[in-house]
Design a protein around this ligand. Structure first.
Ligand SMILES: Cc1ncc(C[n+]2csc(CCOP(=O)(O)OP(=O)(O)O)c2C)c(N)n1
Length: 279
């Protein structure tokens, strides 16, 4: 298990990877990816029971991660590569013809570590809940994790999954939301206001945990609390900042889906220490 200092170093490198990948591809989604990086690093390097050497798409006997907000693919790819699922050099192929790293995850290209294609928002939580129930039927004690966006939570299917998961008591499901208050067209409150997400998930019968998505103690504590086997699915609401780590990308939806120019890339990298070596 990685220490907080190690987690912080990995996150800095992952943010560099994201900026470099999206700049090279000339398109992609850096803002949300950089905002949820600290959580995703904690998930892959401290929280989940997984092993790239024995990974299997069937998901049996291992923790499963489902990316419901598929546009956050850059952070998933960078974490998977840094965790050893495929060579880090492959990160440079993001969004290229023939690459296994498409703009949204695509299982048919068989990228290790990816359980499900995504990109159409709203669907992943349903899949994650189904896998969690399958694990219960199998007597498999491992867990299912699922990342949703707050803008994504404006999709009705998220709330169908919410009801279903409670009905089936899948307390081995740990969903988490990137609660950055932003989505593609602007602040979520100006698109379709979500109001108090904590109250909403609580009223659906979920155990709700609120945490600071840029504070490792808070992230670790949230995951530890979510291990409670009390018959209820868990929703961790991570307060995050879109574009976190680079001053001119932080806190605005403008970087939801835009590639930095070569100059902006250099300026961003100057703010993100290279800790593990660039790909
Ligand atoms: C079903 C569906 N509708 C619309 C879109 C287009 N779309 C892509 S990302 C996005 C906003 C998602 O917002 P959020 O989940 O908050 O992600 P963030 O902006 O924080 O990265 C939208 C509407 C989509 N991918 N799928």
């Amino acid at each position: 298990m990685a220490t907080i200092e190690e987690l912080s170093k990995i996150s800095s490198q992952v943010r560099r990877d994201i900026v470099r990948m999206v700049t090279a591809a000339k398109s992609g989604h850096p803002g949300g990816s950089m905002g949820i990086t600290d959580v995703m690093t904690t998930l892959y390097f401290n929280e989940m029971k997984h092993d790239p050497k024995t990974w299997c798409r069937c998901g049996k006997g291992q923790d499963v991660f489902i990316l419901s907000a598929g546009h956050l693919a850059p952070v998933l790819y960078a974490e998977l590569a840094r965790a050893g699922y495929f060579p880090v050099s492959e990160l440079g192929t993001l969004r290229k013809f023939g690459s296994r790293l498409q703009g949204h995850p695509c299982v048919t290209d068989a990228l290790p570590g990816v359980f499900k294609p995504s990109g159409s928002l709203g669907q992943g939580l349903s899949v994650a809940a189904g896998i969690a129930l399958g694990k219960k039927y199998d007597g498999d004690p491992t867990r299912v994790y699922c990342l949703c966006g707050d803008g994504e939570s404006e999709e009705g299917q998220i709330w169908e999954a919410g009801m279903w998961a409670v009905h089936h008591k899948v307390d081995n499901l740990i969903a988490f939301t990137d609660w950055n208050g932003q989505q593609i067209d602007g602040p979520t409150k100006s698109v379709t206001g979500l109001e108090d997400l904590s109250e909403k998930w609580g009223s659906f019968g979920w155990d709700v945990i609120i945490a600071d998505g840029h504070d490792y103690e808070s992230i670790l504590n949230a995951f530890a609390l979510a291990h409670n086997e009390n018959g209820k699915p868990k929703m961790i609401l991570f307060k995050t900042e879109m574009g976190h780590g680079v001053d001119f990308m932080a806190g605005t939806h403008e970087w939801h889906g835009k590639a930095p120019s070569a100059e902006q890339c250099e300026a961003a990298l100057a703010q993100l220490p290279e800790t593990l070596g660039d790909y």
